[in-house]
Ligand binder design. Sequence first.
Ligand code: GDP
Ligand code: MG
Length: 435
Amino acid sequence: MKDLRERLQSVISKIKRAPIIDEKTLNEILRDIQRALLYADVSVDLILQLTNNIKERIRKEKLPPGFSKRELLLKLVYDELIRMLGGEAKYKPLSKTGKTYTMILIGIEGSGKTTTAAKLAYFYKKRGFNTGIVCADNYRPGAYHQLRQLGEQIGVEVYGEANKSAVEIALHGIEYFKKKKIDLIIIDTAGRHKDEEELMKEMDRLIAEVNPDEVVLVLDATIGRQAEKQAEAFNRIAKVRSIIVTKLDGAARGGGALAAVVKTGARISFIGTGEKIDELEIFDPPSFVSKLLGLGDLKALVEKFKSYEELDRKRLEAISKGDFTLVDLLDQLLALRKMGPLKKILDLLPGGYSLPKNFEETSEENVKKWIAIMQSMTKRELLHPEIIDRERMLRIAKGSGTSIRDVKALLKSYRMTKSYLRKFAKQRKKIPLGI
Ligand code: GDP
Ligand code: MG
């Protein structure tokens, strides 16, 4: 992941350094992102999807007041990488239920099953689970020994038997640990077979007999986008509930592996980030992407966007309830020069409401005038227009280069819109609405 991290971080500093974010710079930056992802073995369709999304969003999304285009671009790169890696939601680990939970790890040889079995046992042990590991790998003589050693290191018991079939060992192991009231049983399996088909067949049989609560596929990140095929192949035979992607620490193609797995619709639960027992992390796309982009300061930026979005949403809610101030009107006019968002709110309502006529007929010239008028008002006037007397009107008209008549017309339109919004807010109360 180091290469991808370095490449993406250099894109980020390019965004930060660019004198302006114009079409040319944007295209250059998107090309750099494409190149970085291509090196990480992300498939071309996913890359194009990501850069097209950024391009479209930067064109469409309104720039919140106080934000620069540069900041919006940084935020979009962050957003779209998260989307590519499965979205905001973080995997929720198991919680204790009082019942024994069984988990079986499958995957090809060398993918990291045995190491991961021990890592998982350790992870849950730290969270207060009694854990036990069953070594159902009867192919490799050293397998049981390897697990025993790992188990000793973390104080977790390992169950194994010689000269038995994997199914027998797994069933005996479950029985053994259930008697001990173990919370979580992790079954490690073999991955060595003469071909993939044989392995699939055996896993199919094993899972049918053992009937675990969860089938976990362990995938090696170094295979890059091939992970998609592997995930699909395993998913055909067994209902894979979650995927653990290992060796992300060294894998140049790790990004490609993660994106490919996400593409199959599978859930990545954990990632392996080293050989050591505690090098297992819950997969959390936002924090993963933050690390990838190396953005301590991006975090603050993202928070800033979030709080703005929240504010915006709250304002929209308030407006839809009829709580509409001149400040909102000014915001709307400034941001869109049209009554776009207000119209949108109306569109959400049943009954085909439309804007009052005087608003629909608002000409571009009027909009300009209104903006100038409102910009000449004090904050208090904007929030409490009822205090605007003749004297104030005169001042506002002078300040905005308009006439008292214009100021009056604006205030009248505002009052009409407000009472109109109030009216349908009341009506709306009678109609259940999902906004
Ligand atoms: P298995 O055949 O699927 O059971 O795979 P093993 O658990 O035996 O692991 C194969 C090799 O990969 C071992 O050398 C492990 O130390 C190594 N390995 C497993 N997980 C990781 C990881 O997250 N990072 C790194 N760097 N190595 C890992
Ligand atoms: Mg193994």
